[in-house]
Design a protein around this ligand. Structure first.
Ligand code: NAD
Length: 505
């Protein structure tokens, strides 16, 4: 079966009408082979405005559904995802090129966040606060906010939507989703699953969850529309630099999940077997196309040579290719030709600066002329300069040697991004320092695992040019709600706060 026929079979089974993905003007190509697997239709400006209007109407109804009932909707969505995990995971692989086990893992992450949100729907707690005035009580309530715009990147085409949507929906908000223009088919599949959940739920308002296909212009319309009080945008720092000020101009809330430049520090006491496996998964997995991919590795000089030698062996043995035709593979293709050229330019720049590059060239053994499979690159750099300071969305790992732990920590924090980080050490002083206020400056700091592969239970996001947003677990839900502080006087006097006197008679 061709990939295109495979897409047809999955989307038909999920109930997506062929008009949505066969006859449009925007071609969707699979990075696995480079072939076109869909033709989707972009939303037009009038359609975007109508969708936002529908979403506003849905908000008026949805905000008055009791939160646990809203949780029931998300529970049903989780069931639909469980029932179709194999198919949807396969579609994720076709559209992004990631290996099948990661495609299925992405759907599992959606199921996990649905479960989390169902529990949350009975735990949207506010505080009762001690008042300084007699016969007064203070409290905090959390109310629904309004339509939530969700803009997503190609590399997690459906999971990132679900981190936002599951929370937004239980918090009482409709969602409007602008998926990456590189991965619209998985979004259409998820839209169909939401439709199934809505049918089973019974009285969900129309417009509760909308998908708007298109490029950045569609995202910009969401960003600029005053009827959308919160936009959660995931993608490059360059995108965030445009979106952030536009949202600020109209005082909208922003959750910005942007680029990372994640590092690990390998200390003399590290378990090197464990570190080797963790580094390979974090640097090579998903062909280096995770926001949390490991890009910078600082290795203590006492273990440097042996670890680098083992890394080179592991890199040479990594199986690369189309995971739909060979299940033992670890690395799929880059998303497209542009990503391949950016990788080559970055490696050329690193070489000029004295970097010793192993790998990084096109993997010719996979014979699809329009697909871009690459050997992961290991680059020994004399210092942290040039391309090491920025994110290149490809499997490039820069390795640098250090002697002093504090010096490694300073280099670790020197870059402008602040998403994820990790340390490999069994020395409690180093570990605790890394996690402390003077340690890693990232939103995620791990010990004896790599920087990638987060669970949904924790709040996910980063600092500095990574944007500062938080999604998924912990108390990330608060960003999707409006906080109200109320003071109630159950006495007969009117004492004023701070002892202020204001007697009018
Ligand atoms: P991208 O920035 O090219 O696009 C991301 C999304 O933003 C797309 O839907 C795109 O259409 C939209 N967009 C682009 N410009 C816009 C604008 N001016 N206004 C509104 N919308 C706009 O990113 P990509 O290539 O799809 O994804 C890779 C990037 O995403 C990497 O930098 C990666 O680190 C980052 N990422 C970050 C996280 C995180 O949680 N921090 C997660 C996944 C990916």
């Amino acid at each position: 079966m061709t990939l295109s026929a495979g897409v047809d079979s999955i989307l038909q089974n999920l109930g997506v009408h062929r008009d949505r993905y066969r006859y449009g003007t925007r071609a969707v190509r699979s990075p696995l082979t480079g072939e076109t697997v869909g033709q989707v239709k972009d939303a037009d400006p009038a359609g975007v405005s109508d969708a936002i209007e529908q979403s506003e109407k849905a908000f008026i109804a949805w905000r008055s559904f009791p939160a646990p009932r809203r949780g029931e909707f998300v529970r049903l969505l989780g069931e639909e995802l469980r029932a179709t995990k194999t198919e949807l995971g396969r579609l994720v692989t076709i559209e992004t090129g990631k290996i099948l086990s990661e495609g299925h893992g992405e759907v599992q992450e959606m199921i996990d966040i649905c479960d989390f949100a169902v529990g949350l729907s009975r735990q949207l707690y506010g505080l009762t606060i001690a008042s300084e005035r007699p016969h007064h009580r203070m409290m905090e309530q959390w109310h629904p906010l309004g339509p939530v715009g969700i803009i997503t990147a190609f590399n997690f085409p459906v999971a990132v939507w679900s981190w936002n949507a599951a929370l937004a929906l239980v918090c009482g908000n409709p969602v409007i989703w602008k998926p990456s223009d590189k991965t619209p088919l998985t979004a259409l599949a998820v839209e169909a699953l939401v439709g199934r959940a809505a049918t089973r739920f019974g009285d969900a308002p129309a417009g509760l969850s909308t998908v708007l296909i298109g490029g950045r212009e569609i995202g910009e319309m969401l960003v600029d529309d005053a009827r959308v009080p919160l936009v959660s945008a995931t993608g490059s720092t360059a995108m965030g630099q445009l979106v952030g000020p536009r949202l600020a101009r109209r005082f909208a809330r922003a959750i910005l999940e942007l680029g990372g430049n994640n590092a690990s520090i390998v200390c003399p006491s590290a378990d090197l077997d464990l570190a080797l496996r963790a580094i390979c998964f974090a640097a090579v997995g998903t062909a280096g196309q995770r926001c949390t991919s490991l890009r910078r590795l600082f290795v203590h000089h006492s273990v440097h040579d042996s670890l680098v030698a083992r890394l080179k062996q592991a890199y040479a043995a990594v199986q690369i290719g189309n995971s739909l035709t060979n299940s033992g593979l670890l690395v799929g293709p880059l998303i497209d030709e542009a990503a391949f050229h950016r990788m080559q330019e970055t490696l050329a720049e690193a070489r000029k600066l004295g970097g010793q590059v192993v790998g990084g060239d096109r993997f010719e053994a996979v014979s699809y002329p329009a697909a871009y499979y690459v050997k992961p690159a290991l680059v020994e750099m004399p210092e942290q300069i040039g391309p090491v300071l920025r994110e290149t969305f490809a499997p490039i790992l820069y390795v640098m040697k250090f002697s002093d732990f504090d010096e490694a920590l300073a280099l670790h924090n020197e870059v402008r991004q602040g998403l994820s980080s990790s340390i490999f050490s069994t020395d409690i002083h180093e570990v605790e320092k890394f996690l402390s206020v003077v340690g890693s400056d990232c939103g995620i700091a791990n010990v004896n695992i790599g920087p990638s592969g987060a669970e949904i239970g924790g709040a996910f996001g980063g600092e500095k040019e990574t944007g500062g947003g938080r999604e998924a677990g912990s108390d990330a839900w608060k960003a999707y709600m409006r906080r109200v502080t109320s003071t109630i006087n159950f006495g007969n006097d009117l004492p004023l706060a701070q002892g202020v006197k204001f007697d009018i008679v």
